[in-house]
Design a protein around this ligand. Structure first.
Ligand code: SF4
Length: 334
């Protein structure tokens, strides 16, 4: 729902501002178009039908994985395409992986979105609509949307205003009412954005896609590292931790023969020694790029080497890989 346009229309027609809350409540209840927004007078519904769509992204594709993960392809009125993924976990938990841009300029070499090239920033309402769609789907699955992670298409901290506005709504009592601890913003290391997050009072989680423990390997995988090398990035993380008191989550994608040697694990542990970090090791999902996932035995050796250095990593297994919905696979091909 394009809130800026809707606000202008409602003001022009002398309608009260609470109509926006009513419209969002109707979306949350599964309304498909303005005619389903029964809290509105019929005349208003008809007028809105002619002016703008209720949902800001039209669903152009929907795929469901064998593990119940759902991926949507969404298209804006200007043709911009983005994807949202609802990941199914055990015990009814559901995590939305939300997109913040319709492409990405940062060109990480393992990422299908990076191969698409740049796309425009999504508006806060385009991000919120992904969450509403996911909440309705989670209900239909007999479960509940419990977490939102900004790990879909785009670098969220390059679009920090909209990302934080949407996060405020996700955590507001009259929004989705999620705990801020269940909303995570994941960055490849956009240092000015980390500083911005450090100053923002919203206590969301910060996750860093580190993926390498030395600058040479990281710059090869992620060109952003040339601009903000590991030392600068981790210094920004420590300032975040010192200011907010919150721990930082380090995401580390295991790539066969690239960054998964026990020596890399020891380097990683040395980098993280002075700080409150938690490491998540992530299974890689193949894209058309040159990388392969680390085999299970290399993954185990890496995790053991970290544990020997005093870190207790979690291993994140892939979900939705059969519908190209897993980490690094979102490519706007719907
Ligand atoms: S990993 Fe994130 S920042 Fe890197 S290219 Fe993909 S979407 Fe962009």
């Amino acid at each position: 729902m394009d809130v800026a346009r809707l606000t202008r229309l409602l003001e022009g027609w002398g309608e009260p501002a609470y109509r926006i809350t009513q419209a969002r409540q109707a979306q949350r209840a599964g309304a498909v178009s303005w005619s389903d927004v029964t809290a509105f007078p019929r005349v208003l519904r008809t007028r809105l039908d002619q002016e703008l769509p209720l949902w800001s992204g039209e669903i152009s594709a929907r795929a469901e994985s064998t593990d119940a993960t759902v991926k949507w392809g969404l298209r804006g009125e200007d043709g911009t395409f983005w994807e949202a993924v609802l990941i199914a976990h055990a015990r009814g938990r559901r995590t939305l992986c939300v997109s913040s841009q319709g492409g990405c300029a940062l060109a990480c070499r393992f990422c299908a979105t990076g191969a698409m090239g740049p796309g425009r920033d999504l508006a806060a309402s385009e991000i919120i609509d992904q969450a509403l769609l996911a909440a309705v789907e989670a209900d239909a699955q007999g479960s509940r949307l419990t977490n939102v992670v900004y790990m879909g298409m785009g670098e969220p901290l390059q679009n920090a205003d909209a990302v934080l506005d949407a996060a405020r709504w996700l955590t507001a009592a009259d929004g989705l009412g999620l705990s801020a601890r269940r909303v995570a913003i994941s960055t490849v290391g956009w240092v000015p954005g980390i500083s911005r997050l450090t100053r923002d009072p919203l206590p969301v989680r910060l996750a860093i896609s580190l993926h390498a423990a030395d600058d040479e390997t990281r710059s090869e995988l992620m060109p952003i590292n040339v601009r903000y090398p590991i030392a600068n990035l981790l210094a920004a993380c420590r300032r975040y931790r010192d200011t907010t008191g919150r721990r930082v989550f380090i995401e580390y994608l295991l790539l066969d023969g690239v960054n998964d040697d026990p020596i890399d694990a020891r380097r990683l542990a040395a980098l993280l020694r002075d700080g409150d970090f938690h490491v998540n090791l992530i299974e890689y999902n193949p894209t058309s790029g040159p990388y392969r996932a680390s085999p299970p035995e290399r993954r185990e050796r890496f995790a053991e080497a970290l544990a020997a250095e005093g870190l207790r990593p979690s291993i994140r297994h892939s979900r939705g890989a059969d519908i190209a919905a897993a980490c690094g696979q979102l490519a706007g091909d719907g």
